[in-house]
Design a protein around this ligand. Structure first.
Ligand code: ZN
Length: 306
């Protein structure tokens, strides 16, 4: 088990009190230390994404529009609830570069699972639009790298953030080599289309009242049959923890055991399917800091079978 992070991920700033804050990264690290996991996992610094990796997923004009926008000091708004500070794009570059680096570690056989403790998050970022705290779609950049640069033919992206991963769906809408499975509160932000007519997009909406039972049922009845059928060679996880009971961002009520269960279930898939090389997991949402830290510990215990 390897964790990839980078000090620059603490330097993307939002206004005081904003939920998508640098303390999220520290809360995760603190809980990893408190749990003792710190001593059984190795850590790597994220490499910055290359221009080619960003362009493989995002529209050229959109990428150009981001350059030159960060302020020289303080924070400024770029779009609706999208904030930039002087080092935002440095942080975003490292968050986006962690994924391809993780793909290489898995495909080289160095590890079966990598968790990228990075921000800003990515799954709301569309091909040509920043959205929902996201600039570059980190998980899409990793999946695209696996397909185009690492000799992989089929990948699956599993997204359990409480918000639908509209950006990931937008980017891979016409890419049948990507199976996109998600659970999310519905109806809810981002209020985009969750019923595209594509066999490789498996959206499993959850009612606002949903708890672990409903979540696990969706994974067992929608995700797992789709995985069996699709036979991905690598699994990507958009790991958002904002469906937690204590997270004010949503009404869905998952707990640490649910995150450990889904993570162990996906690791079981890898262990029983020799063609599937491993798991690359990327932090998305999760805004109650203590619950976020504990949930990531549960996620890593599940991924690493600890
Ligand atoms: Zn979210």
């Amino acid at each position: 088990m390897i964790i990839i992070s980078h000090p620059s991920c603490l330097e993307h700033l939002s206004p005081e009190g904003h939920p998508e804050c640098p303390e999220r990264i520290e809360a995760i690290r603190n809980q990893l230390i408190a749990s003792g996991l710190e001593f059984v996992i190795s850590e790597r610094d994220a490499q910055p994404a290359t221009d080619a990796q960003l362009h493989a997923v995002h529209d050229k004009e959109y990428l150009t529009s981001l350059e030159g926008m960060p302020p020289s000091r303080g924070v400024r708004t770029f779009a609706d609830d999208i904030w930039m500070s002087p080092h935002t794009l440095t942080a975003a570059r490292h968050a986006a570069g962690a994924g391809p680096q993780a793909v290489d570690l898995v495909l080289q056989g160095t590890t079966k699972a990598v968790f990228c403790n990075v921000r800003p998050p990515g799954h709301h970022a569309e091909r040509a639009r920043a959205m929902g705290f996201c600039f570059y779609n980190n998980i899409a950049i990793a999946a695209r790298y696996a397909l185009d640069q690492a000799g992989i033919n089929r990948v699956a992206i599993l997204d359990f953030d409480v918000h639908h991963g509209n950006g990931t769906q937008d980017i891979f809408l016409d890419e049948p080599r990507v199976l996109f499975c998600s659970t999310f509160q519905h109806p809810f932000y981002p209020h985009t289309d969750t019923q595209p007519d594509r066999p490789y997009i498996v959206n499993a909406p959850l009612a606002a009242t949903a708890k672990g039972t409903e979540f696990r049922r969706a994974v067992e009845q929608a995700w797992l049959p789709a995985l069996e059928n699709f036979a991905p060679q690598i699994l990507f996880i958009s790991a958002g923890f904002d469906a937690h009971l204590l997270d004010d961002m949503s009404s869905v009520s998952l707990v640490e055991q649910d995150y450990q269960w889904v993570s162990a279930t996906l690791r079981d898939y890898v262990d029983t399917h020799p063609d599937c090389k491993g798991i690359v997991s990327m932090l998305e949402g999760g805004y109650d800091l203590p619950a976020l830290g504990r949930s990531v510990v549960a996620h890593i215990k599940g991924l690493a079978k600890l």
